[in-house]
Ligand binder design. Structure first.
Ligand code: LER
Ligand code: MN
Length: 269
């Protein structure tokens, strides 16, 4: 049995696979009622009062923070480490530091996923953007290391980004940066589109695996599509995975039902 978690967001968001987005009180109350072990918190601006209120509420509950997601800074505010604009880099660095501080209490992995953005322009420009992302991740990871927080690179499917679609590409990036606290978080929805074999990619991630978004092929709760999660669970056990399985799923047919479906399926693994 793996530790389980569901992904919520204090801020309303256009990023779709989150439960109770904009209503963290109901999200947290539901996670407690359904006896999840943790919540993944998707944070837009860590300086918002609601993020501080949410942190205080989690601390007084039995839940832990499994993981912290950062993509909203790009999706909502267009902040990405690809940028050549020092103001954007500084604003994002300030947010990333405060997000790492939020995660530090639980030593929860901070996800570098959607925030990477998209590489644009000709190959020379794209190369410069990719090096800026590498350099930024190096800076974030040095800051995170001081408080024992891991950073987890999330491969994302080609329809959302052209920069790191597979586990192998994430591991290559980690090798180039070389920080000890860097790892990978996989998302079975993206893996189902990009990987040759989900099981082999999980094995490849092996000791670098810091988290798993356990999502079905249609981005609904595990069990609502056609991914074989039982074989994935076997592999996770075989590689000695100790982290969380996380329901980062569409709120379909509604947040409550999706959360119930996810926890019931997680318990069947
Ligand atoms: C985030 O966890 C994710 O899965 C992406 O689709 C967007 O950041
Ligand atoms: Mn994900």
């Amino acid at each position: 049995m793996f530790k389980n978690s569901m992904a919520i967001s204090p801020a309303p968001t256009s990023f779709a696979p989150l439960l109770f987005a904009g209503d963290w009180r109901l999200g947290l109350a539901t996670a407690i009622e359904l006896e999840f072990d943790g919540v993944e918190v998707s944070i837009r601006d860590p300086h918002d009062q609601m993020v501080k209120d949410l942190k205080a509420a989690i601390q007084t509950s039995d839940l832990v923070v499994s993981t912290v997601a950062t993509g909203q800074s790009y999706y909502t505010d267009g902040l990405s480490p690809t940028s050549a604009d020092p103001n954007i880099q500084a604003k994002l660095l300030d947010r990333m530091k405060a997000i790492i501080d939020f995660a530090a209490l639980w030593k929860a992995p901070v996800i570098i996923g959607g925030v990477r953005g998209i590489l644009e322009g000709d190959p020379i420009e794209q190369k410069a953007q990719a090096s800026r992302v590498l350099e930024s991740i190096r800076i974030y990871s040095e800051y995170a290391e001081a408080s024992g927080v891991p950073l987890a690179i999330e491969p994302i499917n080609r329809y959302e980004t052209n920069f790191i679609n597979t586990v192998s590409e994430a591991l290559d990036l980690i090798g180039q940066i070389g920080s000890e606290n860097l790892g990978v978080i996989t998302d079975t929805f993206h893996m189902n589109i990009e990987e040759v074999s989900l099981t082999e990619s999980l094995r490849m991630a092996g000791p670098w695996l810091k988290g798993v978004h356990l999502v079905d092929s249609n981005r609904k709760a595990a069990g609502q599509g056609h991914i074989d999660f039982h074989e994935l669970a076997t592999v996770l056990s075989e590689i000695g995975y100790q982290g969380f399985i996380i329901a980062e799923i569409l709120p379909l047919p509604d947040s409550r039902t999706a959360a119930e479906q996810a926890i019931a399926f997680f318990r069947s693994l």
